[in-house]
Design a protein around this ligand. Structure first.
Ligand SMILES: *Cc1c(COP(=O)(O)O)cnc(C)c1O
Length: 479
């Protein structure tokens, strides 16, 4: 589509604004897409109640909007396709940690999205989903020799995190041939965002080779010159809370380093740049902002050379692909008052919204109120707390929130929870992992559900809690 620089003037203006939803008509199209997504969510909650997926015996579930996930995947692909020179290889690798569910990884694979994995478990999920090695990238700050050996045997791309890992790769590369593209992760040390725990490019971040440390840049260049098989360069400058210009600056510095390595090598040794993920998500409304297209536009301004076709590209988006397509819905078991404030005690708390419960200021979630039939609740806003089921006082999904009054038997939904929430169960109080269902809604309003993950049974909880070793500490030890 875009023909190098020639396409800039006309091609990206509108295309970038619409987030690749070409044919749906600009901002109105985007607003329509967002309204349709909210309407699908309402219909899914109602259908989940009607079809018995939610009720007294299934008091909390996770719902995933399949059409929405497909839309986001298409928007990601379109945003880059509109920007890169023809023939540029682009691999969008979904960061599996965002939603580590095999059917989700398979769905994204069917939409042309590969995987980024960072543990043996995540790699196993990607393989179970049928994602081929050449569409998989292994990152992680703590890869063991066995993990590295497996990745190289399979031909999976690996980004080494540090000099010691590079030593291990040296040994493996010399011991057996491998198809794996190999790279190094650098930390451009551009600074952090508003959420310290998610800022990966700070001065002292644990990730990658800290590029601005004394002697580090020269060490990296030498590492490449000494290893002709190092062909990729990787940076992931952080997640939620990092402003787009700062993300783009991280990519720009990575690009500049690749240019320097290639100039020193006298050839195009670094042929692929892995720019990581980290596009933030708007948790305040149904609007998707920023869009992938907006990020691409910022990147084109900051790093025009990135799209000229001299480098293949890898991206590793997680949250921005899934967050807005997931909803946790929980039954209100009891409605009470304390200190004059209404409190709805629901079945969704720290076990499905761990970050929100432990860091409520950094991770506020929108809560939607539904009645006992699963219909959106109407009525005056009442300031109330929405609590979870766990036995500690801080187990609150929302504090002092103005919503239609939640009553016993109603449902509270935590919105935008498709990434890093219900797929990240926290086993406090031995609360069961909820069932997760994908849904699709046809234009007539009918909603179909598919099981993505069964709810965990009490028997499984006992088994995972050492049930098979009940006597281990009383009679299993001798003397
Ligand atoms: C977590 C992570 C991602 C995904 O980040 P999002 O904010 O979910 O897009 C990508 N790459 C690496 C290396 C990560 O650690």
């Amino acid at each position: 589509m875009s023909d190098g620089d020639g396409g800039d003037g006309t091609g990206t203006g509108d295309g970038a604004d619409t987030g690749g939803t070409a044919g749906r008509g600009g901002r109105d199209g985007r607003a329509g897409t967002e309204a349709a997504r909210a309407a699908r969510r309402d219909r899914a909650v109602q259908a989940a109640v009607e079809q018995g997926l939610l009720g007294p015996d299934a008091a909390v579930v996770g719902l995933l909007d399949v059409a929405g996930i497909r839309e986001s995947a298409a928007e990601l692909r379109a945003a880059f396709e509109a920007a890169v020179a023809p023939g540029t290889e682009v691999l969008h690798a979904f960061a599996v940690k965002a939603t580590p569910l095999v059917p989700v990884v398979r769905l994204l694979h069917s939409e042309g999205i590969g995987t980024e994995v960072a543990s043996p478990g995540e790699l196993a999920l990607a393989r179970a989903a049928g994602v081929p090695p050449e569409r998989t990238v292994l990152d992680s700050p703590a890869k063991t020799p066995a993990e590295l050996r497996e990745a190289l045997a399979l031909g999976i791309a690996v980004n080494a995190d540090n000099p010691q890992e590079l030593d291990r790769l040296d040994a493996l590369v010399h011991s057996a041939p491998s198809r794996s593209p190999l790279g190094l992760r650098v930390n451009p040390q551009i600074g952090g965002g508003s959420i310290e725990a998610l800022s990966t490019a700070t001065e002292t971040s644990k990730f990658g080779v800290a590029l601005r440390d004394e002697g580090a840049r020269e060490w990296v260049v030498r590492a490449y010159l000494d290893r002709p098989w190092l062909t990729r360069l990787h940076a992931h400058t952080g997640s939620q809370g990092i402003p787009l210009p700062l993300m783009a600056q991280g990519v720009r510095e990575t690009y500049a380093l690749a240019e320097e390595i290639n100039a020193r090598a006298g050839r195009r040794q670094v042929d692929t740049l892995d720019i990581g993920g980290g596009l933030p998500v708007n948790f305040a409304s149904d609007a998707t902002t920023p869009t992938f297209a907006e990020y691409v536009r910022v990147l084109r301004e900051a790093v025009p050379g990135l799209f000229e076709g001299r480098y293949g590209l890898v991206t590793e988006f997680g949250r921005s692909l899934l967050a807005k397509h997931g909803t946790v819905v929980a039954r209100v078991e009891y409605a009470k008052r304390a200190g004059g404030r209404p409190v709805a005690v629901t079945h969704a708390g720290v076990q499905v919204a761990t970050r929100t419960v432990y860091a409520p200021d950094a991770w506020p979630l929108r809560i939607a109120a539904y009645d006992a039939k699963g219909l959106p609740k109407v009525g005056p806003d009442v300031v109330q707390d929405v609590a979870g089921p766990a036995c500690f006082a801080g187990d609150l999904l929302a504090t002092g929130r103005a919503l239609p009054l939640l009553e016993q038997g109603d449902y509270a939904a935590a919105l935008d929870t498709g990434a890093y929430y219900f797929a990240h169960h926290y086993a406090y109080n031995s609360l069961a992992r909820p069932g997760v269902y994908g849904f699709s809604a046809d234009p007539s309003g009918a909603v179909a559900f598919a099981v993505v993950r069964e709810a965990q049974s009490v028997g499984e909880i006992v088994a995972e809690a050492g049930g098979a070793h009940a006597g281990a500490l009383t009679s299993g030890l001798t003397p």
